[in-house]
Design a binder for this molecule. Structure first.
Ligand code: SAH
Ligand code: SF4
Ligand code: F3S
Length: 474
């Protein structure tokens, strides 16, 4: 018999987010979808009536974590039941999409399982779960979920800070042979231009100054405008830059094959587009790239980088690397190290290849032994760390425009980011939060920079408008 969990009167929601930035964005949207139903976000599972695990399936470790977390929540729920309390447990995200029913079978404590395309249905799914049903929804519905997801209220956006993620594209049609994303997120879709602009305007009204556009292949964006014309990511960035308040635009993650001329030219022409680009290559060996089904060679990737650097010479590059893909020889790995050095990445994410059931890589012969993978990971990480520190040191002495985002760790300090996504700490008043000010970089630490404010802040836009209005009357 299924048990009924009456809707609690004080509804407190805790969402635990794993995986990529898209999940971070989705978690906020789930919270926004539940806000009109009386769910208030809290900071810990202990304080919540509903806990949603927003999961990631990309590597085995990420995926397995979910089940240990469910176990912990079940214990908490059982304890609460002794005193008449309860807890609802939901599993969302890419593990939910990939495993569906299997989650409820393996972990009966879970009340609802729902995939990334069902988030707009969350209130309804939750109501069914409260009526005692075990709910599993991993459909790819016809309707556009974004049309049905409410935008965050201005007060909520204000609380979330000055920088925001905004998903503009979802899913992937590329089917790299190691990757689960095409299965968990479905095929590539782009949100219509006006829908993205509307959401960005709302964010800007809530104080957001920097947008990071998200997509599994964000530069494959091809949204329709109101006249039915297809708009690429370059034009989207331009249109977003016209929104009052939006000063900086970033995007992630890009695929080398989708770096169009239009987008690259935008990096030359549009100041708001920040000079930091995440462009994964995964491996520096053509044989491995072929077997990964990446559909480009190392030379083609290098040619893309050259076009980018011609357009924007100071572009800081970032990337992703997988070591130990099946069949990767020492020579293949050395070729990867060569690419790391040649591109001179300012940062990069590195992973040991993880077998994902259902992907072509899982059944490939010549799987690389774990010890070999670990050894290669250590070496590539050492190289990338060295380059990252060198990059940090290279900006010492320069004056960079820093977006001040928050108070610092110590009183009298503030913190922000350089155009190259580096964290910068400095002495300064918190009234500068939200402004972009010139900061001289005086020191490079391991993961951040120390700066000194050079001039007092740019004039407040409101006072500029006011003084123009006054000038017009003189
Ligand atoms: N769409 C992006 C990547 C999204 S997944 C792209 O094409 O670049 C994020 C990163 O996780 C990938 O770039 C890859 O480096 C890593 N990754 C994906 N599947 C993996 C696997 N099976 N094992 C190890 N790392 C993996
Ligand atoms: Fe995965 Fe490849 Fe698609 Fe990136 S491009 S999401 S790595 S299948
Ligand atoms: Fe993970 Fe899904 Fe993102 S598998 S990396 S949460 S798209």
């Amino acid at each position: 018999m299924t048990e009924t969990t009456p809707e609690p009167t004080s509804k407190k929601l805790f969402i635990k987010t794993y995986g990529c930035q898209m999940n971070v964005y989705d978690s906020d949207r789930m919270a926004d979808a539940l806000a009109p139903h009386g769910y208030e976000p809290v900071q810990a599972a202990e304080d919540a009536d509903l806990v949603v695990l927003n999961t990631c399936h990309i590597r085995e470790k990420a995926s397995e974590k979910v089940f240990s977390e469910i176990g912990r929540l079940r214990e908490m729920r059982d304890e609460r039941r002794l005193t008449g309390g309860d807890l609802m447990i939901g599993v969302a995200g890419c593990v939910a999409q990939a495993e569906g029913d299997e989650i409820v079978r393996r972990a009966p404590a879970v009340n609802l399982v729902f995939g990334p395309q069902s988030y707009h249905r969350l209130p309804e799914l939750l109501a069914r779960a409260h009526n005692g049903a075990r709910v599993v929804d991993t459909d790819f519905p016809e309707e556009d979920k974004f049309e049905h997801l409410p935008a965050a209220k201005k007060e909520v956006t204000l609380k979330r800070g000055l920088t925001a993620f905004l998903t503009v594209q979802e899913g992937c049609d590329k089917f790299c042979s190691f990757c689960v994303v095409p299965y968990t997120r479905g095929s590539e879709t782009s949100r219509p231009l006006e829908q993205v602009l509307r959401e960005a305007e709302t964010l800007a009204e809530g104080g957001v100054r920097e947008l990071t556009l998200l997509g599994q292949n964000v530069n494959a964006y091809h949204g329709l405008d109101s006249r039915g014309r297809t708009v690429g990511l370059g034009e989207l960035c331009y249109r977003l830059s016209l929104i009052p308040g939006i000063a900086r635009i970033r995007y992630t993650t890009s695929h080398p094959l989708d770096m169009t001329d239009e987008l690259i030219e935008m990096h030359r022409d549009l100041d708001a587009l920040m000079p930091y680009l995440h462009l994964p290559i995964q491996s520096g060996s053509d044989a491995i790239l072929r077997s990964m089904n990446r559909r480009h060679t190392v030379a083609e990737y290098m040619a893309v980088i050259e076009r980018i650097k011609t357009a924007r010479p100071d572009m800081a590059m970032s990337g992703d690397f997988i070591v130990g893909f099946p069949g990767e020889t020492d020579a293949d790995f050395e070729a990867t190290m060569q690419v790391v050095r040649e591109v001179g990445y300012a940062s990069a994410y590195t992973f040991k290849y993880s077998i994902r059931p259902g992907t072509p890589g899982a059944t490939m012969e010549n799987q690389v032994p774990e010890a070999k993978k670990a050894e290669r990971l250590t070496r590539i990480n050492e190289q990338i760390n060295t380059q990252m520190h060198a990059f940090h040191r290279s900006v010492v002495g320069r004056t960079l425009p820093v977006l001040i985002e928050k108070p610092g760790r110590h009183p009298g300090q503030i913190g922000g980011r350089s155009p190259y996504l580096q964290a910068v700490h400095m002495d300064g008043p918190t009234r500068l939060i939200g402004q972009i000010i010139p900061v001289e970089i005086v020191e490079a630490r391991n993961n951040s920079l120390i700066g000194k404010i050079v001039t007092v802040a740019e004039p407040n836009p409101a006072s500029v408008i006011e003084s123009q209005a006054i000038a017009a009357h003189i």
